[in-house]
Design a protein around this ligand. Structure first.
Ligand code: CTP
Length: 303
C-alpha cells in the first residue's frame, strides 16, 4: 500500500524526472504487514546489478543477444547420461556482460548448477536436440548468436526406457551412438541460404592443441563470422575455472584477450565483437601471435 500510494508514486516520479534518480523497484511477495504485493526489499544482487548497469556504457542497447551455454546431457536410460566437463561459466559471463551493456539477452542453458543473474531470459534445456530447437527459435529474431555451449556431438542411438541392468550388458558392453546436429553449422547454412547478414554468428572453440588452426577451420566449416578460441589444456583457462584467456578470430583478424576473470574476458570479447555488430572486422590485421587487442579494450581494469 505504501509503494502504490499516490504520494509515494508522485515523489518517485519527481525524483526520476527532476533529479535524474534511477529507481530499483521493490520485490513482490509476502510483506511484513501480512499483505502480498510490491514492497519487499529488492535482492542485494539486483541492487548491485542495477548500479553496475548505470556505470557501464550501454553500447549493446537495442541489440537482441542469444547465448548458449553449459553442457548437454544425452540420456542413456532414466538414470544415466553422457556429458562433458563444461560448467557453463563462460557463457553465463557472456550473457551477463551483454545484459550489463544494455542488450536484451536470451540464455539457452544446458544443465549446470551455476546461478544466472536477474534480467536475463533463461531457456533451460537438457539435450543437444532440445538446445538446437531453443537456439533456432531464439536466433530467428536475434542480432547475434553466441554459441558458448559444449554441445555433445553424439547421443545414444536408443534411450533405454528402463534402467539398464549390469547383468544384461555382458562383460564388454558397447554403446551405439548417432550424431547430433551441429547447431552452429545449421545456423550458418540457414543464413547462407537466406543470403542474410544477420544474426552475427559467434562460436567458441575449446581446443587442446593447434588452437588457431583448428579454430579457423571451424570458422570456415560452420560458415560463421567469429570464433572465440581457448586452450582448455591449461589449468587456469577453460572448463570449470573462473578465469580464461581467449583469441577472438574472424576470417583475417585476431584479437588476443589476455588472462582475466571470465567476467573481464567476456567484456573484452564483446569489445572485440562490437565493431562486427556494427559491420566492421573484429580488430587489427592478424599475424598469428602478435595481433593487438581491440582499440576499445581501454575498458581493461574498469570492470
Ligand atoms: N557446436 C554446435 N553443435 C554441435 C557441436 C558444436 O553448435 N553439435 C558449436 C559449439 O557451441 C561451439 C562450436 O560449435 O560454438 C565449436 O564446438 P567444438 O566442440 O569446439 O567443435 P566441433 O565442431 O564439435 O569439433 P571438434 O569436437 O571435432 O573439435
Amino acid at each position: 500500500n505504501m509503494w502504490n500510494h499516490p504520494i509515494t508514486v508522485d515523489n518517485l516520479k519527481r525524483l526520476r524526472d527532476i533529479a535524474g534518480y534511477h529507481v530499483v523497484a521493490p520485490g513482490v511477495g509476502y510483506l511484513a504487514c501480512r499483505w502480498v504485493g510490491a514492497g519487499r526489499l529488492a535482492e542485494p544482487a539486483d541492487i548491485v546489478g542495477a548500479a553496475a548497469c548505470l556505470r557501464t556504457p550501454q553500447d549493446l542497447a537495442g541489440k537482441r543477444v542469444v547465448v548458449s551455454s553449459g553442457p548437454t546431457h544425452e540420456a542413456l536410460d532414466p538414470a544415466r547420461y553422457l556429458a562433458n566437463r563444461s560448467s557453463g561459466k563462460m557463457g553465463i559471463a557472456m550473457a551477463h556482460a551483454a545484459h550489463r551493456r544494455g542488450a536484451a539477452v536470451t540464455l539457452v542453458l544446458g544443465p549446470t548448477g551455476q546461478p544466472v543473474p536477474a534480467g536475463i531470459t533463461v531457456v533451460a534445456v537438457e539435450s543437444a536436440l532440445q538446445m538446437a530447437q531453443a537456439v533456432e527459435q531464439a536466433a530467428a529474431s536475434a542480432d547475434v548468436v553466441v554459441m558458448a555451449a559444449a554441445v555433445a556431438d553424439f547421443r545414444a542411438a536408443t534411450i533405454a526406457p528402463q534402467k539398464l541392468k549390469r547383468s544384461s550388458l555382458g562383460a564388454t558392453p558397447t554403446l551405439a551412438l548417432r550424431a547430433n546436429p551441429d547447431i552452429l553449422a545449421g545456423l550458418g547454412a540457414a543464413r547462407q541460404k537466406a543470403k542474410a547478414q544477420r544474426p552475427l554468428l559467434v562460436g567458441f572453440a575449446a581446443e587442446t592443441e593447434n588452437v588457431l588452426a583448428y579454430a579457423r577451420d571451424k570458422l570456415v566449416r560452420k560458415q560463421i563470422d567469429v570464433i572465440v578460441a581457448n586452450d582448455v589444456s591449461q589449468a587456469d583457462a577453460g572448463f570449470a575455472v573462473d578465469t580464461n584467456r581467449v583469441i577472438v578470430i574472424d576470417a583475417d583478424h585476431a584479437v588476443h584477450v589476455p588472462f582475466g576473470t571470465k567476467a573481464e574476458v567476456a567484456h573484452r570479447v564483446w569489445d572485440a565483437l562490437l565493431p562486427r555488430l556494427n559491420h566492421a572486422p573484429v580488430g587489427k590485421k592478424a599475424n598469428g601471435a602478435g595481433a593487438k587487442p581491440a582499440k576499445n579494450a581501454r575498458r581493461k581494469g574498469k570492470r
